[in-house]
Design a protein around this ligand. Structure first.
Ligand code: GDP
Length: 319
């Protein structure tokens, strides 16, 4: 329908909800997604890419909707056997899911670009929205705690986000090269939407890849972020703790500060409307609405509203 070009920057669960909303909307054909690869880690010799798989499984309707990650109708025979062999199995990888990791690892070993592997996996699951990677290089989020530096999955899954976080780094980001696909998509975007994802470890890790922020700034696109906080709280995951460790407040102001150098608008929940005056004082547009996405209709409604708002404000700026 539209001649708009839309890019969604997305992490895992919050990112997938936004992606599904766009996929169900009239903007599906106009949208491409850039996902996060910095949660990637090797388990049992296999390369696991949790956020990209969450996007693919969600858009392909293969996700376990109760958990928000992993495959539906999943079994865990391989993991049980590995456990019996004395292997650490805190990272839950189901049998169907393991096929994805085997496939990905084999192709990576053959030198196939991770961007193409993600595309092949998306095609297998019937996903039509293009899922681009910010980089084909290895970038890994690491979390500093009292126990020392942990990989993201050690912190997130094994330690259940319990340790206090004193620092976060994106190992490899400074030397990683952005993919030509991600750079070209960002550069030609009219609207860039930042999903209600963890601003530090999901979106922050995409933005840390050199060239990505510059491409956003140069694009001239209207950049709109959806806050992952509702009533000043996360729905799931450690975004609150991570905002705190980054010296940001756990509210719309903290979210705004993560993106302030390029943000035009912030979408906040009705429950956070008290933050509007402060946000307006920063010169940012604000859309206040119900941002909780449970059903497909919720997702479609919110994402349609976000794009309509961005389009109208973008037209005003151009006028
Ligand atoms: P992860 O990589 O799987 O942790 O997923 P993301 O980084 O994409 O998203 C995590 C964030 O999504 C959390 O901070 C949640 O608060 C947020 N989130 C999840 N569902 C919703 C929702 O329906 N609405 C809003 N506003 N935020 C959500």
């Amino acid at each position: 329908m539209s001649e708009l070009t839309i890019t969604l920057l997305a992490g895992g669960v919050g990112g997938a909800k936004a992606a599904e909303g766009l996929a169900a909307s009239q903007y599906a054909n106009a949208t491409q997604i850039i996902g996060n690869v910095a949660d990637d880690e090797e388990f049992h010799g296999l390369w696991v890419s949790p956020d990209i798989d969450t996007l693919i499984y969600s858009l392909g309707d293969q996700i376990d909707r109760q958990q928000g990650w992993g495959r539906k109708n999943e079994t865990h025979q391989v993991l049980s056997e590995l456990n019996a062999l004395g292997k650490e199995t805190w990272m839950t990888l189901g049998d169907l899911d393991l096929a994805t990791h085997i496939y990905r690892t084999e192709l990576r070993k053959q030198g196939v670009r991770p961007t193409y592997i993600a595309q092949r996996l998306a095609t297998r699951h019937g996903v039509t929205l293009p899922i681009l990677l910010p980089t084909d290089d290895v970038v890994q989020t690491r979390v500093q705690t009292k126990q020392g530096w942990l990989s993201f999955q050690e912190y997130f899954v094994r330690e259940r986000c319990q340790p206090e976080v004193s620092a976060i780094e994106y190992s490899g980001a400074n030397i990683a090269k952005a993919t030509p696909e991600a750079l070209s998509q960002l550069t030609k975007s009219d609207v860039i939407v930042i999903a209600p994802s963890n601003p530090i470890v999901s979106i922050g890790a995409i933005l840390a890849v050199s060239g990505i922020q510059e491409a956003i700034a140069k694009s001239g696109a209207y950049v709109i972020a959806i806050s992952p906080l509702i009533g000043g709280k996360t729905i799931k995951g450690p975004a609150d703790k991570m905002l705190e460790s980054a010296g940001k407040s756990i509210d719309s102001k903290g979210i705004y500060q993560c993106y302030s150098s390029f943000l035009h608008a912030l979408v906040i929940d009705d429950a956070d409307r008290n933050d509007v005056p402060w946000l307006h004082d920063q010169g940012v547009d604000v859309l206040v609405t119900n941002t909780l996405m449970k059903s497909t209709q919720d997702k479609q409604r919110l994402m349609t509203k976000v794009i309509e708002f961005a389009q109208s404000r973008r037209n005003l700026r151009a006028a």
